[in-house]
Design a protein around this ligand. Structure first.
Ligand code: UGA
Length: 429
């Protein structure tokens, strides 16, 4: 099938490339000329494992990129909207990019089209998109809309797109539903057909539930800190119950990224505006917001004042295998450390610190051993596998004082302690 993607972020790029891998012909549009130039040169401009290879094998065969939307809309009858929906100051999702995309489709529509929303959008948006396209249309070409939420995790987006747990098709139109079933015919997972509103809600409820699992385990971890109980054992014991499941029970510094924080906020906003407040999600958010501060307090309890202390911070990305730093707790921790007048040295395998930070005296090192040199404390903020694999005996020789605070419970604590380090995770020792 011929498919157009409007918005070449990680969702549009990953989904488009995976559809190409399954034999479809994909055109990717973005208003950002730089992104399109980079993709046209065969370079995925963000860090996402595996995508580069797929791009190289399909570029200019069945994958094309353009900034000419008129031509792209005219030549494709199946159009995906994969633009961003960032948070506005009041917590609601900013739909301006979705609206712009809908209006542009309306402007160029020349024949019957199926428009599929993959961006995460508030309940009722798919119906609005239909209206926005029809209002902008200069002819009577029929348009059908579908909500088809994405469940891709950054860092493993390719794997998730190739092997999804489910495909959700939210539409009132039989023909559009069948078109999507055809598009996804090679996938073997369950396919759910429902209304657009239910499909929108499935996405928000899924992300909010996962965020709630994280805040739940983090709350337990804080109690475990007091009781000297290992949260990893608790999570393992809980997760073996299939009603609970083992996933998203990893205690630590909480969730960041471009999805959970914004989606939880948006659902809270929607619930408030319908006068049906989601108390549980308010708490989920509050717990998450306080996790960085809790971590700093733990460090201060052990080391006393951080003034003049050398802190080596490992990990800037909001999670491993991505260069995304949106809502990454590492930055909040850096802010707190600067306020405490600590000296900060950072390392991340892929993220580069901006001048906003280096101008404040934060130093970045490409080599984690150099970052650790003379440190009074090492803070692990992102669970990159690289950190677990470091030669910690060597690090022990390099540091000024052997203190490790592991915000992701990523280390094997007993091995680390055997080397003479003082070690504290979150609910993990
Ligand atoms: C999340 C969802 O997992 C995807 O299903 C969804 O499609 C995506 O949002 C989206 O809406 O686009 P993502 O934000 O990329 O994906 O990453 P996750 O793996 O879910 O991690 C989110 C945050 O939670 C990270 O900061 C991670 O470190 C943290 N986390 C995750 C924990 O603290 N504990 C866990 O057990 C799991």
């Amino acid at each position: 099938m011929k498919v157009l993607f409007i918005g070449m972020g990680y969702v549009g790029t990953t989904t488009g490339l995976v559809l190409a891998e399954h034999g479809h012909t994909v055109t990717g549009f973005d208003i950002d000329q730089k992104k399109i130039d980079s993709l046209n040169q065969g370079n995925v401009y963000f860090y996402e494992p595996g995508l580069q290879k797929i791009l190289s094998s399909h570029l200019n065969k069945n994958v094309f990129f353009t900034t000419n939307l008129k031509k792209a809309v005219e030549q494709n009858d199946l159009i995906f909207i994969t633009v961003g929906t960032p948070s506005l100051a009041n917590g609601s999702a900013d739909l301006s990019y979705v609206k712009d995309a809908a209006k542009m489709i309306g402007k160029y529509i020349n024949s019957e089209k199926t428009v599929v929303l993959k961006s995460t959008v508030p309940i009722g948006t798919t119906e609005k998109v239909q209206k926005w396209i029809e209002e902008a249309a200069q002819n009577n070409s029929p348009v059908k809309t579908v909500m088809n939420p994405e469940f891709l995790r950054e860092g493993s987006a390719l794997e998730d797109a190739l092997h999804p747990d489910r495909i959700v098709i939210g539409t009132h139109d039989r023909k559009a539903a069948n078109q999507l079933r055809m598009l996804y015919q090679n996938w073997s997972c369950p396919v759910i057909e429902t209304t657009p509103k239910a499909a929108e809600m499935i996405k928000y409820a899924s992300n909010s539930f996962l965020a709630a699992k994280i805040s739940f385990i983090n709350e337990m971890a804080k109690l475990c800190d007091k009781l000297q109980v290992n949260i990893q054992d608790v999570a393992h014991g809980m997760g073996l119950d299939p009603r609970i499941g083992p996933h998203f029970l990893k205690a630590g510094l909480g969730y960041g990224g471009s999805c959970f924080p914004k989606d939880v906020k948006e659902l809270i906003y929607t619930a408030d505006s319908w006068e049906s407040p989601l108390e549980i999600l308010n708490k989920v958010e509050e717990i998450n917001r306080n996790q960085g501060g809790y971590f700093i307090e733990k460090i201060k309890k052990k080391l006393g004042s951080l003034k003049g202390k050398k802190a080596a911070l490992f990990g800037l990305a909001f999670k491993p295998h991505t260069d995304d730093t949106r809502e990454s707790v590492s930055y909040l921790i850096m802010e707190r450390l600067l306020k405490e007048h600590a000296e900060i040295k950072v390392h991340d395998p892929v993220v580069e610190l901006s001048s906003d930070w280096t101008n404040q005296g934060v130093k970045q090192f490409k080599d984690p051993y150099k970052a650790a040199k003379s440190a009074d404390v090492i803070l692990i903020c992102t669970d990159w596998p690289e950190y677990e694999e470091l030669d910690w005996a060597k690090v022990r020789q390099l540091v000024g004082s052997p203190n490790i605070f592991d915000g992701r419970n990523a280390m094997n604590s007993s091995n680390i302690k055997k080397l003479g380090f003082y070690y504290e995770g979150i609910g993990y020792f």
